[in-house]
Write a protein that binds this ligand. Sequence first.
Ligand code: ZN
Length: 82
Amino acid sequence: MEELVFSKVDEYLKANQDLCQCERCRLDICAIVLNSFPPKYIVSDKGEAYSRLAALNSQFKVDLVTAIIQAANEVKKNPRHS
Ligand SMILES: [Zn+2]
């Protein structure tokens, strides 16, 4: 799950060069996405298997992209550095 978020955030940053590309902002975006995501995607009895299954679900992908866009906007407005 976290790997998936990281790779998607990287893709999003590459596609949006107006966003700060630094490690600090990248990690902040990932953290916000992971925190904002419905826990059902992250924690389940079946753990890893469920996460992989969810990752294949198209609604999950849409939710993930939406969460990344929101997180990126937040970090853009309030970067934790000058
Ligand atoms: Zn930055």
